[in-house]
Write a new protein. Structure first.
Length: 115
């Protein structure tokens, strides 16, 4: 019984010694402070012209360019535009904005009595 206990203590001591040796042998760069991170500003992008487009096409185009989306719908009571046509956008076409800016599209829906 005594020999078994002594073997356990020896095994534990050997394990601690091995861990200590490994930690001392670790490269010095592991303890060095990590370099400061530089925050990169978002790139500026030009807002495309989506007025006159179908809202579905405009959505696909804006998402592909990295914009976020906002929507407004308006009822065209005289049926002068195609249904789901973008009639306004904000920011306007040609504006230079940070990537990821929200572009709000205003598009047309028809009332039930349009032909």
């Amino acid at each position: 019984m005594r020999i078994l206990a002594r073997n356990r203590v020896f095994a534990f001591g050997a394990a601690v010694a091995a861990m200590l040796a490994l930690s001392l042998a670790a490269p010095a760069t592991a303890n060095a402070a990590s370099p400061a991170r530089t925050v990169q500003p978002l790139a500026n992008v030009v807002v495309p012209d989506e007025v006159g487009q179908n809202v579905g096409i405009a959505i696909d185009d804006l998402l592909a360019r990295g914009f976020r989306l906002g929507f407004r719908q308006t009822v065209d009571r005289v049926c002068a535009h195609d249904e789901f046509e973008v009639i306004r956008q904000s920011p306007t076409a040609g504006s230079v904005v940070p990537a990821g800016t929200v572009v709000t599209l205003t598009f047309v829906v028809y009332p039930p009595n349009c032909p």
